[in-house]
Design a protein around this ligand. Structure first.
Ligand code: DQA
Length: 145
């Protein structure tokens, strides 16, 4: 059991944040974001289990092995659109999770307007950039402590 670990899961193409379409996603790197979340949850005695994978199967394996975590922050990237296997992995995840998107997906192309994970999420934060992850961490701490 590791009820003091928070799963921070990032999907495809999020490992190159800081270099990727900076006009959309900004200049913060994933390491910056992971550091911010770690900083946010430290006050609760939690540590972050940060996982980024470009393959859906690898993300699913990470979720399966994280059933002992206290909750999760998930940015599925484009797997939001049709990542049904990741959706099912999150359905089996026993703790609350918050879905985060850096960009405001509803202000973008129509194919980004639907998330297969969203109905399972405790909440969703979009369009606030890296601070969205920090807010998600704060919200999880408020809802599970
Ligand atoms: C994203 C939005 C997705 O539509 C996109 O495919 C990403 C990033 C975001 O954080 O804004 O990879 O999840």
């Amino acid at each position: 059991m590791s009820r003091t670990e928070l799963l921070l899961l990032n999907g495809p193409n999020l490992g190159i944040l800081g270099k990727r379409e900076v006009e959309v996603y900004g200049t913060a790197t994933l390491a910056d974001i992971e550091g911010e979340v770690a900083d946010e949850v430290a006050q609760h005695g939690w540590v972050v289990r940060a996982v980024q994978r470009d393959c859906e199967g690898a993300l699913i394996e990470a979720v399966h092995s994280a059933h002992d975590t206290v909750g999760a922050i998930v940015n599925p990237g484009a797997l939001m659109i049709a990542g049904w296997s990741l959706r099912d992995a999150m359905a089996a995840y026993p703790r609350p999770f918050i879905e985060v998107h850096l960009s405001n997906v509803w202000a973008r192309e129509p194919f980004r307007h639907k998330s297969v994970l969203a109905p399972l999420a405790r909440g969703i934060i979009v369009g606030l950039g890296p601070v969205g992850y920090r807010l998600a961490a704060r919200a999880l701490a408020a809802s599970v402590l």
